[in-house]
Design a protein around this ligand. Sequence first.
Ligand code: FES
Length: 122
Amino acid sequence: MIYTEKVMEHFKNPHNQGSIPDADAVGQEGNPVCGDVMKVYLKIKNDVIADIKFETLGCAAAIAVSSAMTDMAKGKTLDEVMKMTKDDIVNDLGGLPVQKVHCSMLGVDALHQAIKKYRTGK
Ligand code: FES
């Protein structure tokens, strides 16, 4: 399987990996295709993502997607982040092998879920 250089960089040195114990919102999503899981933690200030961390139990693609996603989301408003799609992340990574595209769904789904929970106060 051929990954882009950027995917390998994120996989080997993931950005923003870990948890935020006093997070303002947490989202978790599982991948029905493979059973892998991703959890995202957010600190939110004035409707902006002030800090973001992730924990992913998944393949190299899922970890690279999670890492790239946190880079893209940090510093953005909640509205901007709600417009992010899995394609934005895949494009940022320079593409994923076709059989790995399903791995890109975990990241944005967990992120959007965290924001929805934050907005509804859950
Ligand atoms: Fe499960 Fe990639 S194989 S997320």
